[in-house]
Design a protein. Structure first.
Length: 397
């Protein structure tokens, strides 16, 4: 059957990683893939994760299937993390949460659920957005549309354009929003802007779908959930896809969740029943290990404290690398104002480097950057920052 089928194009980011692995240059630097790296250019296993795994190894008595919706303790911990322990949504039982295989799986489950009952809806993503958003939701059946977000001239948010576009989105359509640490731009809304957006959603009737993959990488765990809290308070139907890949380092455990927030407990119960049918016909029930580890950490005061400390260390290292990159470019005499890099949040930045510069960096210095100039700041270290800045200076001449 494959004789007349053309090969699928490689994923742009994962394909870049494959090329990086094959590169023999000992000075090579990968600024493309969206994975956290420490100062030693390793993706670490957190101490709190190791401790939770040791406890799990001692106490685990079965490898039997989880329920379709996943571990109930995990779901409760996810809700407290994304909504806050004192949330009225939790108290009023207005949320339904199921464990999903990573943030990607959470997005797809949510997309399948909405499309099942609202197949005429269009789905709106920011311009730009994480490239896989388009593939995930198109595969679920949606027509994909874009709304304005990033202004490449100011290298900042174009909030007026965003509000104009979303004001004209019809009721029942779905709007995908990055709750914090926008990927790929690193440019986020302010708290006041989030409040205006939540009010607009309530007035117009479109459905907010928040991709919450980087909680804790912006300003902090509590601060980064502000957007979720605003839509929850607005009393609208809302979806939140969360992931523990980045903030727990559980990348290969595929640990995520989809939470449906509704105006009432009865509606949340209905949503849960249909979430289960979507999961049952997709992967039947979720993988256990990562969720059990995250649940142990979030429900242990000692491990939770260690996690917050380790997460703060990752967040601060990224901020340090932002500052070092800006200072390094200035020291190399690169033309332009790069201070916007320090204002951005999370692992990513639209560097402003053209595709021509990106090509030169790869060809001449084995520095790998995604087309369009998006860079992962976690790929920078104190050991390679001078090398990268010098290479950028040469490539931009």
């Amino acid at each position: 059957m494959w004789k007349t089928v053309q090969p699928a194009p490689p994923d742009s980011i994962l394909g870049l990683t494959d090329a990086f692995r094959k590169d023999q240059n000992p000075n090579k630097v990968n600024l493309g893939v969206g994975v956290y790296k420490d100062e030693n250019n390793k993706t670490p296993v957190l101490r709190c994760v190791k401790a939770a795994e040791e406890e799990l190894l001692e106490t685990e008595a079965s490898k039997s299937y989880l329920p379709i919706s996943g571990d109930p303790a995990y779901a409760a911990a996810v809700q407290q993390l994304i909504l806050g322990e004192g949330s009225s949504v939790i108290a009023d039982k207005r949320a339904a949460t199921v464990q999903a295989p990573g943030g990607t799986g959470a997005l797809r489950v949510g997309g399948d659920l909405i499309y099942k009952f609202n197949p005429q809806a269009r789905l709106w993503v920011s311009s730009p957005t994480w490239a896989n958003h388009n593939g995930i939701f198109a595969a679920a059946g949606f027509e994909i549309k874009q709304y304005g977000y990033y202004n490449p001239e100011s290298r900042d948010l174009d909030f007026d354009l965003l509000m104009h576009d979303l004001h004209n989105v019809p009721a029942g359509d779905v709007v995908v929003l990055h709750a914090c640490c926008h990927n790929p731009s690193g440019v986020d809304l302010s708290n006041d802007q989030w409040q205006q957006l939540a009010k607009l959603a309530a007035e117009t009737g479109w459905i907010p779908f928040l991709d919450f993959a980087y909680q804790g990488f912006g300003d902090g765990v509590n601060e980064d959930r502000f957007a979720v809290e605003q839509f929850a308070a607005a009393g609208v139907d809302c979806y939140v896809a969360s992931s523990f890949s980045k903030n727990f380092g559980l990348y290969n455990e595929r640990t995520g969740a989809i939470t449906v927030i509704t105006p009432s407990a009865d509606e949340a119960s209905v949503a849960m029943s249909h979430l289960k049918t979507v999961v049952r016909t997709n992967y039947s029930n979720p993988p256990a290990h990562g969720g059990l580890v995250a649940s142990l950490i979030l429900n242990s005061s000692e491990l939770h404290t260690i996690w917050l400390e380790e997460l703060a260390g990752m967040r601060d290292r990224i901020k340090d690398m932002r500052r070092a990159l800006v200072q390094g470019l200035v020291a190399q005499g690169v033309d332009g104002d790069f201070s916007f890099i320090e204002r951005q949040r999370g692992m990513f930045s639209f560097s402003g480097w053209s595709d021509d510069v990106v090509a030169r960096l790869r060809k001449d210095d084995s520095i790998y950057v995604v087309g369009g100039g998006r860079i992962n700041l976690a790929g920078l270290t104190t050991s390679n920052i001078e090398y990268v800045c010098a290479a950028v200076a040469r490539a931009m001449k």
